[in-house]
Ligand binder design. Structure first.
Ligand code: AMP
Ligand code: MG
Length: 420
């Protein structure tokens, strides 16, 4: 419904089902990446985000060196279409170079990574020569300029090694170390608090009474948030008590960048989270046309972003993957939301699906030796069925308009943990 100004009223806006694309667009517009950086030792930098571009102070490799174990010589000594012999005058070891210049008619023994001396421009593999002690016979087929790694051929001095905003992987750390860099400036860590809500929740280790269940969501979230870019605060389990929840959220919002709650996000009598967000913050959207995970509130309390995830354990994982995770990546400096890699696979199970929401059904993806993808249902698709979630290795993505799938139909799948 439009208000008198012609704009949608707040409640109308936040209670309408929006598509996942609209939700992500809203998140993209709402989120500003965090400020602040710190220097960390290279060995602690895995998974951190570079806050500045890094340049190399040296050439890599720092010297021209051999790519093979063999003999270094000058190409000017090659005789066209015939074998030739050069006198062996020394050895260049990796770390212990042969320091004199090579003269015409001379060669040296050289090992992989050893400096190629002045006067030499070629290396022949040791398998291709014949040795008679003091001289080496080079075959007719000897080529010039082979098996040499030239100074700066990987990275030139002052060249950029890595650009700002790069999330450092193991190869990046190796690259930086090869340039002699021992610390880097990275974006500060995100401070994220998370909590479960629900009167029925019991801590693992205790005995369940009638009507109680174990609080599994905090263990899932703890694992999902296991990232070197994140500091976590576990706020525990809160009872469905509006006052306590409100106090906890407002207090946590002052010292955290993000709060993630699970449970209490729908419209049940005891579901306070959305109401509280309306009271003490701002709700950007509330319901998304996805399954699992429809009731999900995204908003802000003070400067702290807030994700109120549904309580059902499978919904927690799906909404974290689809909504929270892209948002956290934007917060740490990614410029746009990256898409998950999607494949098409032949479905080996019949799937039940009604129009109206985009579904992320849990599937098991396999590939035949010839490269064809097949997917089958991982089991029951209820949003409480963690055994199927645990068995799955992909989501079967079924669009809003899509209905039941029969065996043999082609479907879209997203393998877990794959994005470009
Ligand atoms: P709610 O969103 O609070 O209505 O919860 C939806 C369903 O998820 C209910 O069956 C809850 O018991 C269950 N649930 C809520 N929180 C958790 C939790 N932390 N761990 C496991 N199940 C939960
Ligand atoms: Mg609840």
């Amino acid at each position: 419904m439009m208000d008198s100004c012609g704009t949608e009223s707040f409640n109308q806006k936040t209670s309408t089902l929006i598509t996942i694309e609209q939700a992500l667009e809203n998140i993209n517009d709402a989120i500003t990446s965090i400020n602040g950086s710190e220097r960390v030792m290279l060995k602690n930098a895995l998974g951190r985000i570079l806050s500045d571009s890094v340049y190399s102070a040296i050439n890599i490799p720092p010297d021209t060196n051999s790519a093979m174990d063999g003999y270094a010589f000058s190409s000017t000594d090659i005789l066209p279409n015939q074998a030739f012999s050069l006198s062996l005058i020394g050895t260049s070891w990796a770390g212990t170079p042969y320091e004199k210049p090579l003269k015409s008619g001379q060669c040296i023994r050289i090992f992989t990574g050893a400096v190629v001396p002045t006067g030499a421009d070629s290396v022949i593999m040791q398998e291709h020569i014949q040795s008679n002690g003091s001289s080496i016979i080079f075959p007719e087929s000897t080529h010039a300029n082979e098996n040499i790694r030239h100074i700066g051929s990987d990275i030139k001095q002052q060249q950029v090694l890595l650009l700002a905003d790069k999330k450092l992987n193991s190869s990046d750390l190796g690259l930086l170390a090869s340039a002699g860099i021992y610390d880097v400036s990275v974006t500060r860590k995100l401070n994220i608090a998370f909590l479960s809500t629900g009167d029925e929740l019991t801590a693992i280790g205790e005995t369940l009474k009638l009507g109680q269940i174990y609080d599994s969501n905090r263990y899932t979230l703890n694992a999902l948030l296991n990232d070197n870019c994140i500091n976590i605060t576990d706020l525990g389990v809160l009872k469905d008590d509006k006052k306590t929840i409100k106090e906890t959220l407002v207090t946590a919002s002052k010292t955290h960048d993000v709060i993630i709650s699970t449970g209490g996000a729908s419209v049940g009598e005891a579901d306070y989270i959305k109401e509280l967000l309306d009271e003490c913050g701002q709700v950007n959207f509330w319901k998304i046309a996805i399954k699992p995970g429809k009731p999900l509130a995204f908003g802000k309390i003070n400067h702290c972003y807030f994700f109120a995830l549904p309580g059902n354990p499978v919904s927690v994982i799906a909404t974290f993957n689809k909504i929270v995770s892209p948002a956290l990546r934007l917060l740490t400096g990614e410029k746009t939301i990256k898409k998950n890699i999607q494949l098409t696979a032949i479905c080996n199970s019949s799937l039940t699906k009604a129009k109206g929401r985009q579904e992320y059904q849990r599937g098991i993806l396999t590939q035949t030796p010839s490269g064809e993808f097949f997917v089958e249902s991982a089991g029951k698709q209820g949003s409480n069925i963690m055994s199927a979630m645990s068995r799955a290795n992909c989501y079967i993505v079924l669009a809003i308009e899509c209905e039941n799938i029969s065996v043999g139909q082609t479907v879209t799948v997203e393998p877990f943990e794959l994005s470009i």
